[in-house]
Every structure is written in structure tokens, then in C-alpha cells.
Design a protein around this ligand. Structure first.
Ligand SMILES: Cc1cc2nc3c(=O)[nH]c(=O)nc-3n(C[C@H](O)[C@H](O)[C@H](O)COP(=O)(O)O)c2cc1C
Ligand code: SF4
Ligand code: SF4
Length: 462
């Protein structure tokens, strides 16, 4: 069987799955239960200055029959006494010496940082995660994302922590910033051992249409909160990739954001994470999801021949290029497999109104037809089609040519003005505006002349 254990910047863990700092890691009771269920590590709910929480504090974004595809909270850091948390950290470490117990911290002054780091070290925490990410409540007090958005301040605080830390220090980054690599570089300059990302995204998850207040509602009012859950995974993946690809960051990355199953975790790992953290999914489904996560990951590693997690870390990074380096000669065309088609015609509507008018309806059948010469290979129809593999995007170039925008620009063959004949859209078929109002507009049937924005073009072969 593959080896799932990791050594993350010096923190040992039996597997890469950690609970993120959040309600599931609020107490020793929960963390012991999670370790017993199979989680490899836990980042304790952030410890720091005294706070008081409000009621209510969570909001959910439901999509059709799916509950909580996005999740929003206005909760602060731990409101439990520090002494209770410290006592429980010690107890968990004694019972689970080989699991990762990481203390998440957020305080203000240099002295406070020194004190809390020493206190956590004394009770056996395996490492620290500095919470520079919380985008509500704490940032108004100059902490959380207020630090994560100021690389210089972030670096100074990391330096304070490094003055006394004898255990690895992870800096948790806020996504509420235009370039995530700036605070990541500041963390490195400050001497951090690793970074983790993302914390929650500042958001309003919805508005109560009767009471005119944003969710979650506190006595008729609301405030912006932090967004997480499945909906944020694409943003997290991109930021993990940006940090992993940056030549000067070179720090282990703990990937967080929208991880609900082993596949989500593998995506984070393939883009450079070497541990992953989960919050919303554990809040939604409980600690038991770890069973599917570990067995799914193991199965995937066996199939791919990966012996350790490190065989897969960053494996997708060489395939994530800048747009200008993509092969413009590569072409795919939509292909409808009539035997699978249920005739819903969603693909037709999507292509007709939202893409390139490259699908037609023919009399006597509900199975639409692709007009190959109009298809730009955008994928939209295959994305809206409700039947798996009913529309495939098949390669239609001969695979012999490779030309990128960068190469075109260097060779002087890139278009330089709107009317330039070398521009891509010049040769695409676009119906004339007046065709939109004609009764016959759908009937771009073979054998009929078609109007191409202004010019009439010869009929295609039947
Ligand atoms: C209710 C709630 C409370 C949270 N509290 C903390 C916290 O105290 N410290 C922290 O660093 N992150 C906190 N987070 C952020 C999570 O650790 C995590 O970064 C984020 O939820 C993204 O992961 P997910 O998509 O798996 O939920 C909290 C998230 C939620 C939903
Ligand atoms: S969306 Fe898919 S199933 Fe529906 S008509 Fe198009 S090809 Fe057929
Ligand atoms: S791939 Fe795009 S252009 Fe081609 S048929 Fe589908 S929606 Fe239309």
C-alpha cells in the first residue's frame, strides 16, 4: 500500500488530511474524535485575544437541491479560555503523540505573540499557524486579514514569532488580496517554515428579501463575512498554484478551500500542496468523511503508481502555463453521440444564444446536429449537456503543428489592429443581425445559402 504519511515542514502526520482551524477544532473532545476517525492532524481553532461571538453567525448558499455549496460565517476566533485550550492541547498530544496538533494563533503585540507561542510550545503543540486571514471582526481590530493584506506588517510579525518559536511556523494567508504571492514572499522573508491558504473570502452570501438585511442576521442587521466551502475551491486552487510556481517562495504549502473528498484533495496536491485542510465539509458531513478520503487517495495512488504523497506534489504544475504559451493550432470540435442523447436541446440553446450558433435542429428528430465549420471548440455544449459523455470534444487538427501567441508575436504574425486579417474572429461565421428576427433563423440547413454578417455565402454540401 502507498505511504500516506507526511513530514510537513518538520510536522509529522500519518496522512495529509488535517482539519482546518474552525469550529470542528474548537475542543480536545472534537479533535480526539476526529483523530480516532482517521484524520492525520488538526489546526486548533485560533487562540488569541478575548472575544465574544454573535448569534446567529453562519449563512449558506444553496444551489438547487444542493445545500451549502458556499458557506459564510461572521464568527471570530476561539471564545474559550486560553487555559482550557492549552490543557486540552496537552491532553490530545499525550493520547495521540504521532498526530499533528497545530496551534493557530492571532494576537497583537510582540509580547503577546511571544507569550502565546511559548505557552503552546510548553503544552506540546507540534507547530503554529499564524492566522493572518480572518476577514471579519478581527481585521477591524488590526488583526487577521488586516495583517495578511500588509506584507511588511506580516513579515514583522513572523519575525517576532520566529524569535521564540522552536516548532515549525505556518503562515495562513488571506485570499482578500490581488496578488497572493506578495504576502507569501513576506512570510518567507520573515523566516516562516510554510504557508497555508486560503482563509475565507470576504463576502455577503445573500440578502433577506423581506427584512432587507444580509445573512446571517443578527437582530435585524448583518455584516460581511468569510466565504468558504465547495464554491471557493477554484479560487483556492489558483492561489495554491501561484504560490507553488513562484520561484522565490519555495515553502511547503498546506492547501485549504473547498475540499470535500479525495479528488479535491488530490487537485490541491497536484498543484503543489503537501498537506490539505478541511473545514466546511467536516461541518456539513462530520468527521466520517475521512474514511472515503483516505481510501480514495490510496486507491488513486495505487492506480497511478505513486508510493508517497511527495510523488504527486506539484505534478500538474508543469502543465499550468501562461495563456501566451498555449498551442493555438490545437483544435477540438463538439461531437454529439446520438445514441446517448435524450433530446433536451440544452446544447442547442446554449450554443445558439451563448456561444457560436454552431448547432442546428433538424426536422423529424430531437437530436441536434453540430455545424462543424462553425464550431470553435469552446466546450459550452458539452458542459451544459446533462448526459455523461453524450457530447465529447474531439481533436480535429492533425497534431503536427504547434504555434503559440508568444511565437506569433515574436515572428510578427500576431494581429496588430482590429481590421487585421490575421485576427481570429475574422474568419468565424456570424449570422447577420437581421437574421435574428427572421422566422427561418434556425434553419441553417445544408443546401441553403447562409447570411454571414453582411455577405451571403455559398451553401454547404448536404
Ligand atoms: C465558521 C468558521 C470559522 C472559522 N474560524 C477560523 C479560525 O478561527 N481561524 C482560521 O484560521 N480560520 C478559520 N476559518 C477558516 C477555515 O479554517 C478555512 O480556511 C476556510 O473555511 C476554507 O476551507 P473550507 O472551504 O474547507 O471551509 C473558519 C471557517 C469557518 C467556516
Ligand atoms: S444537451 Fe446533450 S442530451 Fe441534450 S440535446 Fe444536446 S446532446 Fe442531447
Ligand atoms: S463547442 Fe461551443 S461552438 Fe462548438 S458546438 Fe459546442 S457550444 Fe457551439
Amino acid at each position: 500500500m502507498p505511504d500516506l504519511s507526511i513530514n510537513f515542514a518538520g510536522i509529522e502526520s500519518p496522512n495529509p488530511f488535517w482539519l482546518a482551524s474552525a469550529p470542528p477544532t474548537n475542543s480536545g473532545y472534537q479533535i480526539m474524535k476526529a483523530f480516532d476517525a482517521g484524520w492525520g492532524g488538526a489546526v486548533w481553532k485560533t487562540l488569541g485575544v478575548p472575544v465574544v461571538n454573535v448569534s446567529s453567525r453562519y449563512g449558506g448558499l444553496n444551489y438547487r437541491d444542493k445545500r451549502m455549496v458556499g458557506f459564510n460565517n461572521i464568527e471570530l476566533i476561539s471564545d474559550r479560555p486560553l487555559s482550557h485550550n492549552l490543557r486540552e492541547i496537552e491532553e490530545v498530544k499525550k493520547r495521540f503523540p504521532h498526530h499533528a496538533v497545530i496551534a493557530s494563533l492571532m494576537v497583537q503585540s510582540r509580547q503577546e505573540w511571544h507569550d502565546i507561542v511559548r505557552q503552546c510550545q510548553d503544552v506540546g503543540a507540534d507547530g503554529f499557524e499564524l492566522n493572518f486571514g480572518c476577514p471579519h471582526g478581527m481585521c477591524e481590530r488590526g488583526m487577521g486579514s488586516a495583517v495578511g493584506q500588509e506584507p511588511k506588517v506580516l513579515q514583522t510579525i513572523v519575525e517576532w514569532v520566529m524569535e521564540v518559536a522552536t516548532k515549525p511556523v505556518i503562515v495562513k494567508l488571506t485570499p482578500n488580496i490581488s496578488d497572493i504571492t506578495e504576502p507569501a514572499l513576506a512570510a518567507r522573508r520573515g523566516g516562516a517554515d510554510a504557508i497555508s491558504l486560503i482563509n475565507t473570502i470576504q463576502s455577503i452570501v445573500g440578502v433577506d428579501l423581506d427584512h432587507f438585511a444580509p445573512y446571517p442576521i443578527v437582530d435585524g442587521k448583518g455584516t460581511n463575512g468569510g466565504y468558504c466551502g465547495p464554491a471557493v475551491k477554484p479560487i483556492a486552487l489558483n492561489m495554491v498554484k501561484n504560490c507553488a510556481q513562484h520561484p522565490d517562495i519555495k515553502l511547503p504549502i498546506s492547501g485549504i478551500g473547498g475540499i470535500e473528498n479525495w479528488r479535491d484533495a488530490v487537485e490541491h496536491i497536484l498543484l503543489g500542496a503537501s498537506s490539505v485542510q478541511v473545514c466546511t465539509a467536516a461541518m456539513h458531513y462530520g468527521f466520517g468523511i475521512i474514511r472515503e478520503m483516505t481510501s480514495g487517495l490510496e486507491q488513486y495512488m495505487v492506480e497511478k503508481g505513486f508510493n508517497t504523497i511527495y510523488d504527486m506534489v506539484g505534478k500538474a504544475l508543469p502543465n499550468v502555463l501562461h495563456w501566451e504559451d498555449l498551442n493555438m493550432k490545437y483544435k477540438v470540435t463538439a461531437n454529439i453521440h446520438a445514441d446517448k442523447c435524450i433530446g433536451c436541446q440544452l446544447c442547442y440553446t446554449a450554443c445558439e444564444d451563448g456561444a457560436h450558433q454552431a448547432i442546428r435542429l433538424n426536422a423529424g428528430t430531437r437530436v441536434p446536429e453540430i455545424i462543424e465549420e462553425n464550431c470553435v471548440g469552446c466546450n459550452l455544449c458539452s458542459l451544459v449537456c446533462p448526459v455523461e459523455d453524450c457530447i465529447t470534444m474531439d481533436r480535429t487538427d492533425d497534431g503536427t503543428q504547434h504555434l503559440t501567441w508568444k511565437q506569433r508575436a515574436a515572428a510578427g504574425t500576431a494581429p496588430t489592429e482590429f481590421e487585421d486579417d490575421k485576427a481570429g474572429g475574422r474568419h468565424h461565421w456570424v449570422p447577420a443581425p437581421s437574421a435574428a428576427l427572421g422566422k427561418e433563423r434556425h434553419k441553417t440547413l445544408p443546401g441553403k445559402a447562409r447570411v454571414y454578417s453582411g455577405e451571403t455565402v455559398a451553401p454547404t454540401e448536404a
